[in-house]
Design a protein around this ligand. Structure first.
Ligand code: PMT
Length: 224
């Protein structure tokens, strides 16, 4: 039975990786496929929400016409697009794997092979979730993601506070069947009410429903 519990709500979702150009043919990026973010976009849509998606470069099957969709490449472009929608949204869900650093300068021409070693100077990128989190209004709910390889729970809970999230979804690289690229995931959710909720290992489409249920519970809790 279809739930319509997000009817009329506006949702901002960032998804996929970012690409930080080194020169016209090369970039720095990561393994995010966009599957988890897209599954969330579909769940919100199916449950009645208007969904605004800001997506890094992905190659999974996508029905863009169901959403307000913006394609971006770099962290800065993702930030600019997300910011333009943020004040209007009821929920912001940050699933994107944003590059924390990008080349300080983009070489105008393809960098030629030369010495046996070379180095690229990197500069810190804007933190989209943190920056928008600092300007969050009381009725907005922010959901973060974390992919950790060590001290997972501590790091995820620290990010919950630092980035002003209401809820953070931790994927563990150590967990079989969880994380980047796969069709399945297993997550642990931490909330600003100090709750800890573990999901089963399940397809990302089901994990998305699980996350929406927890967002809804948190919202009802805050309204009560
Ligand atoms: O795309 P898939 O292949 O399905 O994989 C899904 C996923 C593993 C990429 C996804 O579920 C996930 O965990 N994404 C967050 C990855 C991560 O490590 O994030 P982080 O710890 O660098 O950042 C924490 C939070 O801040 C995230 O919500 C991130 O979107 C956000 N962030 C981080 C850096 C930055 N410059 N801007 C941000 O908005």
């Amino acid at each position: 039975q279809k739930k319509n519990d997000f009817l009329g709500k506006k949702v901002l979702i960032t998804m996929g990786p970012t690409q930080e150009a080194i020169d016209p043919v090369r970039y720095i990026s990561n393994h995010s496929s966009g599957k988890m973010g897209y599954a969330l976009a579909e769940s919100f849509k199916n449950r009645g929400a208007d969904v605004y998606v800001v997506s890094g470069p992905v190659s999974i099957p996508i029905e863009k016409e169901k959403f307000q969709w913006v394609d971006v490449k770099s962290a800065q472009e993702m930030y600019d697009a997300a910011k333009s929608f943020h004040t209007d949204c009821d929920y912001a869900v940050f699933t994107a794997a944003v590059a924390d650093y990008g080349p300080a300068e983009v070489a105008p021409e393809k960098i030629k092979k030369n010495d046996s070693q070379m180095s690229i100077q990197l500069k810190k990128n804007v933190d989209i979730a943190q920056s928008l989190g600092a300007n969050k209004s009381l009725n907005q709910i922010h959901v973060g993601f974390a992919l950790e390889t060590e001290n997972e729970s501590e790091n995820a809970q620290a990010k919950l506070k630092k980035k002003n999230f209401d809820l953070i979804v931790l994927n563990s690289m150590k967990e079989k069947g969880a994380g980047f690229r796969l069709d399945t995931n297993k997550v642990t959710i931490f909330t600003n009410k100090a709750e800890k909720i573990e999901s089963p290992l399940a397809p990302k489409t089901e994990i998305a429903e699980f996350i929406l249920d927890e967002i809804k519970k948190l919202e009802l809790w805050e309204e009560a």
